[in-house]
Design a protein around this ligand. Sequence first.
Ligand code: AMP
Length: 191
Amino acid sequence: MRNIVLFGPPGAGKGTQSALLVDHFGFVHLSTGDIFRLNIKEETVLGKLAKSYMEKGQLVPDDVTIRMLEDSANGHPDARGFVFDGFPRTTAQAGALDAFLNEKGQAISGMLALEVPEDELKVRLAKRAETSGRPDDADPAVIQKRIDVYNAETAPVADHYQAQGKYQGIEGLGSVEDIFGRLRSAIEAWA
Ligand code: AMP
């Protein structure tokens, strides 16, 4: 069983690459952003709460996010492994994920971090806004806020996995296929 944290700033390609990893390796994909967006669409209480943070480019509070992620993972008892996309985004979330997996006799196998320069992220997010229908992609001020939040609160999560010898940087530029090839090789190289 392999559990992967697919890491990187907004616009790095985590969603695109997660879909390819699911197809190839049969992982279950858990994207906290996707789950929040589904809750917003279904107008749940959680969706209303999440929306108030997401539209400003801020993080949804840890307690809510962690509980939601754990519930979602528990909904897949037969999973052959998870690809966590957009989670953990704070060191508190990373600690909670370690504890959650540990209780099940599991662990994160590795963090694969897509590395993309900030200028390219902004170009990609502006382009994605044309088709994603995501309000948080459409406003340059919200995009900048998400990148700032990533640098301040999320980037330190890499240190958490680095300290466990589980961090691996992956060049996030080039074709979708080239980037997927790098991710696949990294996973296949794990014992
Ligand atoms: P994403 O789809 O991963 O780009 O996430 C979109 C938005 O959902 C983020 O800007 C946050 O507002 C919220 N979000 C997604 N994942 C998390 C998380 N792990 N912790 C807190 N907020 C999150």
